[in-house]
Design a protein around this ligand. Structure first.
Ligand code: DGL
Length: 274
């Protein structure tokens, strides 16, 4: 059976476009409806209550587009609001960006030491640590919130001494501790991949969860028999929605999507109750 309904991809801003890109690369017959809550970005410094309320509102908005799978591509949303999404949205399968990254890291750490960097809210939730240790309690997890890295990406300063200093500042403890696998636990961090890998050296493998999340989406669609058999998918048949025109939009979108995205729409989110 062929299910041509779109896949919903949710993020607080533009970072989740990396996940959207990987999904369409792996499954070119699929369509995506992407929603980035640019009007209320960033989420990472907000309280859990607000993150949960905003995420649920956005998830409900995406569900209006008849999606067959909801992919929560924002680490902060997934860390704080996965449960509330699952409690309120029963008609659509939901996956988050955290577990695919966790599984990839657990398989790769030889020394049983995994590092995670992300926003304050993601690290405060301790979801990465709990998920890793649920698989293997003997793995030591180093979690560090690294909020200074976000504006560096927004300002496209990834190949810059300030980025190298910030990476050094946040990662020295993990390097000292012998971490051999580092999860980039924020959807905005993939453009920092090279500066981070350059800082930690080859002893530490740096993982960006976008690819693993896309693979998980593929596995779920296959298992539930929801894959599209269409040849008519891809970026041209997808929709990119934002709650406010993103600042410096085209260059940043290109940075995360990997190609220019000129067509997008602005939507208003219905404020609901949790
Ligand atoms: N998208 C968020 C994440 O992956 C980072 C940006 C924010 O603070 O909203 O954690």
């Amino acid at each position: 059976m062929s299910d041509t309904r779109p896949i919903g991809v949710l993020d607080s801003g533009l970072g989740g476009l990396t996940v959207a890109h990987e999904i369409l690369r792996l499954m070119p017959g699929e369509r995506i409806v992407y929603l980035g809550d640019t009007a209320r970005y960033p989420y990472g410094n907000r309280s859990d209550e607000v993150i949960r309320a905003f995420t649920l509102e956005c998830a409900r908005e995406l569900c209006k587009h008849n999606i067959k799978l909801l992919v929560v591509a924002c680490n902060t949303m997934a860390a704080v609001a996965m449960k509330i999404i699952e409690q309120h949205l029963h008609d659509v399968p939901v996956i988050g960006v955290i577990l695919p990254g966790v599984r990839a890291a657990v398989l790769r750490t030889a020394d049983r030491k995994i590092g995670v960097i992300g926003t304050h809210a993601t690290i405060r939730s301790s979801v990465y640590k709990q998920s890793i240790q649920r698989i293997d309690a003997s793995i030591k997890v180093y979690e560090t919130s690294s909020p200074l890295l976000l504006p560096l990406v927004e300002e496209r300063m990834f190949d810059h001494d300030i980025a190298r200093m910030a990476a050094q500042f946040y990662l020295y403890e993990m390097m000292d501790g012998g971490v051999d696998c580092l999860i980039l636990g924020c959807s905005l961090f993939p453009p920092l991949f090279e500066v981070v890998q350059g800082t930690v050296g080859t002893r530490m493998q740096v993982l960006d969860s976008a690819l693993w999340t896309a693979k998980e989406a593929q596995d779920i669609l296959t298992a539930l028999d929801l894959k599209s058999g269409s040849r008519d998918g891809g970026v041209e048949r997808s929709a990119f929605l934002f709650t406010e025109k993103p600042e410096g939009s085209h260059r940043l979108m290109e940075l995360f999507y990997g190609a220019p995205l000129t067509e997008y729409s602005i939507v208003a989110i219905n404020r609901g109750t949790v």
